[in-house]
Structure formats: structure tokens, C-alpha cells
Design a protein around this ligand. Structure first.
Ligand code: SAH
Length: 253
């Protein structure tokens, strides 16, 4: 079978144990070279065939996967972060289904999780937002009109924007046009968990200039929302007066 493996956000020890084990056994690896940290390839044994899919078409990727499967070697398709987000795995899975080739997906740590870790934030703060919106600016890949940045911004939920750093100025102005105040905290996290990780913090009004000054245009996530601020309520879960299935409430003294 073919193993679609989430490589995690970059740091080689942020792949899952299951993913690393598959790489250690691999006879063929096709990895998304534009985003996957090459250090992940250190897990691969000697003699394993390794292909970078950055310059390949879907058909070329499939050809390699089918070849690996035909040879009976452990065949890994390595995607950055978690493959379910902007991974273009559905078309690969469907093509394998048509060919009757079995596959599995091994999840990974998405970069949006590594970005929260990098800034020390929690997306779902009580009294601030209990919703995380994951989206992107429209690029060559269209975004359905009802999911435009403006309409998503109207919720003022916590947001993470993938694949949008190159359009940061437009993104921030759309977010403001949609309803986020200009002073809403925002952060740009470049290569979360890589050795050269960088974090820029600011507001929606200030972030584009900061990113321009630092020349960050790709492999970054935009985090937006009051969860990056200082005001929130304490959780109910750990509130001494709050009783739940695993803990009895303590009476107020
Ligand atoms: N499946 C991946 C996302 C692939 S889309 C995941 O779950 O993370 C590629 C986009 O992801 C990049 O343009 C960038 O916006 C973001 N990205 C991937 N790795 C990143 C990292 N380590 N730090 C910041 N952003 C990252």
C-alpha cells in the first residue's frame, strides 16, 4: 500500500513516530520538496529512492507511487504539516482508488499548530473566541465566493491564513474591510519549528510593513485575532468552583 505521511511543520522530530518508522523502512519516498524540510530525509535508509515532487505533475507523482507499489517496497508520499490541509492528496487518493491500489494516511502536526506554539498562543480563549477559521487568500486556486476573507472576518473569530503571505497587504485590508478593527493583533510566523523560524507581531494595520521590511513572502502563516492579545477569561475546566465528570467542585470558602 501507499503511505501518505504528514511530515510535520519542519523540525525532524515533529513527525509522528508512525511516520518516522515508515520513512525508516521506505524503499521509495516522493516528497514535496518546496516545503518539506530535507532533514526529514535523514530517516530514509540507504538505497531508498527519493524523488522531489516540486517539479512533477500529478501523473508523474502517481507514476512513481505506482512503481514503488509494483516493486513491493514501502512507498511513502511525504507531505508537509498534515496532508489534509492544502495537501492536494484527495486527487492522489482517488487516482489510487481507481487503480485499485490501497493506501493509508498518517496524520502530521500542521504548521498552524507549530505557529501557535511559536507565539505561545491558544486559539480558543474563553471570552475571546471559541472558533478557529483556517483559510487562505484566493490565488491561482479559487476560493468559493461565500468564503471570501471579508465574510470570514465578520465573525472576528481566531484566524490562520495559509498560502497568503505574498498578498499580505491585500489580506490585511480585506480583513479590516470585513470587520476586524485595524488594531487587531496579528502575527506572521515564518517557518515555524525550522532552525530559521521567525515571528513578527503587530496589528493588522502594521503587519504588512513589518513583513516587507523583513522580506518574508512565503512559507509563513498569518495569525489574526484577539487571542494574540492579553485579555481573556480563565477556563471553566480548571475553575475550582466548576464541577465536571472528572472532578468534584470545591465550595467557595
Ligand atoms: N499541509 C500543510 C500546509 C501546506 S500549504 C500544513 O498542514 O501545514 C503550504 C503553506 O503552509 C505555506 O504557504 C505556508 O503558508 C504554510 N506553512 C507550511 N509549513 C509552514 C511552517 N513551518 N511555518 C509557517 N507556515 C508554514
Amino acid at each position: 500500500m501507499i503511505h501518505f505521511v504528514g511530515a510535520g511543520p519542519g523540525a525532524p522530530d515533529l513527525i509522528t513516530l508512525r511516520g518516522a518508522e515508515l520513512l525508516r523502512r521506505a524503499g521509495m519516498v516522493v516528497y514535496a520538496g518546496s516545503l518539506v524540510n530535507p532533514a526529514l530525509l535523514d530517516y530514509v535508509p540507504e538505497g531508498c529512492e527519493v524523488f522531489d515532487s516540486a517539479s512533477m505533475t500529478l501523473d508523474e507523482v502517481l507514476e512513481k507511487l505506482v512503481q514503488g507499489h509494483g516493486r513491493g517496497v514501502t512507498t511513502v508520499r511525504l507531505h508537509t504539516g498534515d496532508p489534509s490541509l492544502y495537501g492536494a492528496i484527495r486527487e492522489q487518493m482517488d487516482a489510487l482508488r481507481v487503480r485499485g491500489i490501497p493506501f493509508e494516511v498518517v496524520p502530521g502536526v500542521s504548521s498552524f499548530c507549530a505557529a501557535a506554539a511559536a507565539v505561545g498562543a491558544e486559539y480558543t480563549l474563553p471570552g475571546v473566541s471559541q472558533t478557529l477559521v483556517i483559510s487562505r487568500m484566493e490565488g491561482r486556486t479559487p476560493v468559493p465566493e461565500r468564503e471570501g476573507i471579508r465574510s470570514l472576518a465578520a465573525h472576528r473569530a481566531s484566524m490562520v491564513l495559509f498560502l497568503s503571505t505574498g498578498m499580505l497587504r491585500k489580506l490585511c485590508s480585506e480583513l479590516v474591510a470585513g470587520g476586524y478593527p485595524e488594531d487587531t493583533p496579528a502575527a506572521l510566523v515564518y517557518r515555524a519549528s525550522w532552525p530559521d523560524e521567525r515571528v513578527l507581531r503587530g496589528t493588522l494595520a502594521a503587519l504588512p510593513d513589518a513583513a516587507e521590511a523583513e522580506v518574508i513572502t512565503r512559507t509563513a502563516l498569518v495569525l489574526v485575532g484577539r487571542f494574540l492579545g492579553d485579555t481573556y477569561e480563565l477556563s471553566k475546566l480548571y475553575d475550582p468552583a466548576f464541577e465536571h465528570g472528572y472532578r468534584h467542585g470545591k465550595a467557595e470558602p
